[in-house]
Design a protein. Structure first.
Length: 381
């Protein structure tokens, strides 16, 4: 499928995905991809019976669209290929039509679904969270999954001589729970080449390669179809309490004052500018470590601030001149100081069909006010 200067390539197969045969590409009608911490896809085809007598439809006979098959979706824009999805088909929907061809639609998730198929009970004696994450992800090297693991600064093994964490559940769910315990995230995203994937286990990434700025109300420079923002004044939470520290045996106050996410994306932190209209929460901590209590309190505050300001919008890829991806960082301009600046791209949906490629997206940051007078208008591709 091609859309002006955009070329779509589909690889599909049971174990090693190969280029889809011409009849399959000719039957392709639309592709929808959602990119976030857990990504998914949906592909629709027109299905017709084989010529002459045939007990079934051609697309079903090929077995290429069966659940369990691996799918790689590549979009080439301006001669640069991008792997948008590397996943596995999980569901098939078939809709016969009395007046024409039937429709066959397959739905799937990114390759991390392979980590969510088997529940396990596994002990990890004397291992920290980062070590466990590395051990689990090593099992999936055969799927082209390469781990990026950032060890927590404070470590994750208590002082006891014998300490064992036990996994009860699937690998993916356990990796997510370990990440959440450290105010981290875990997700798998496609790499730069087909069949390569990056499994990231670490803090929220607020640095890295910049994407082309989203511009509105700027005449010919405008590159988005729609863009709107919401500011939730009830989202921020300030946490306070006290803990009997195990080292000093004294009661030490714990309190959060701002987000610890770096770099800051907002110049008007709501925990400061919204006072006294800020929710106050008591710290629920039963341990005796000031460091652990402080980390828990900060985690609650950081997560409450992550989506104080949210943005929703749509764009046409050819007009935008690039492909917006998530997770990532992007600049916004043309909406004034309060909402201009950099945002985290939380989710992007791709809608690809004959002659059309549009995207809808969700942005977020911790407050109002840009931290920079300029944002990147070119991007890295």
């Amino acid at each position: 499928m091609s859309i002006s200067s955009i070329q779509v390539t589909l690889l599909i197969g049971r174990f090693v995905p190969l280029p889809a045969p011409p009849p399959l590409m000719e039957a392709l009608q639309s592709i929808d991809i959602t990119q976030s911490e857990t990504s998914g896809f949906q592909i629709s085809f027109l299905a017709q019976r084989s010529p002459g007598y045939s007990p079934d439809y051609t697309l079903l006979i090929t077995q290429l669209l069966q659940p369990g098959n691996r799918v790689v979706i590549i979009v080439t824009l301006n001669a640069i290929p991008r792997v948008l999805m590397d996943g596995i088909i999980t569901q098939q929907q078939f809709a016969p039509n009395n007046n024409g061809p039937a429709t066959l639609t397959v739905t799937g998730e990114d390759i991390s679904i392979a980590m969510d198929m088997y529940e396990l009970s596994v002990p990890y004696p004397d291992m920290g969270h980062a070590t466990i994450a590395a051990l689990i992800l090593a099992k999936y090297a055969g799927l082209g999954i390469e781990p990026i693991i950032v060890p927590p600064i404070s470590g994750s093994i208590p002082n006891e001589d014998e300490f064992t964490l036990t996994q009860r559940g699937t690998d993916r769910s356990y990796l997510k729970s370990l990440a959440a315990a450290n105010d981290y995230v875990f997700y798998v995203s496609p790499g730069l080449i087909p069949l390569q994937n990056i499994a990231y286990w670490g803090p929220v990434v607020r640095l890295g390669l910049l994407q082309k700025a989203l511009t509105i109300d700027a005449g010919p420079e405008t590159n988005v179809e729609s863009l709107s923002f919401s500011y939730n004044g009830l989202a921020p939470v300030q946490v306070s309490g006290e803990v009997s520290d195990e080292e000093t045996e004294a009661f030490v106050p714990v309190r959060t004052w701002s987000s610890s996410r770096l770099p800051p994306l907002s110049s008007m932190p709501p925990l400061v500018v919204n006072q006294p209209f800020v929710r106050q929460q008591q710290l629920a901590y039963e341990g005796s470590s000031f460091i652990e209590a402080e980390a828990l309190a900060q985690s609650i505050t950081d997560q409450s601030l992550d989506s104080v300001v949210t943005g929703e919008g749509t764009l046409d890829v050819l007009r935008y001149g690039d492909i917006l991806t998530a997770p990532g960082l992007v600049g916004v301009r043309g909406v004034g100081f309060s909402y201009d600046g950099y945002y985290m791209v939380k989710q992007v949906s791709h809608q690809i069909s004959s002659g059309k490629y549009t995207q809808s997206f969700s942005l977020s940051r911790e407050g109002l006010g840009s931290t920079t007078p300029l944002v990147s208008t070119i991007g890295v591709w």
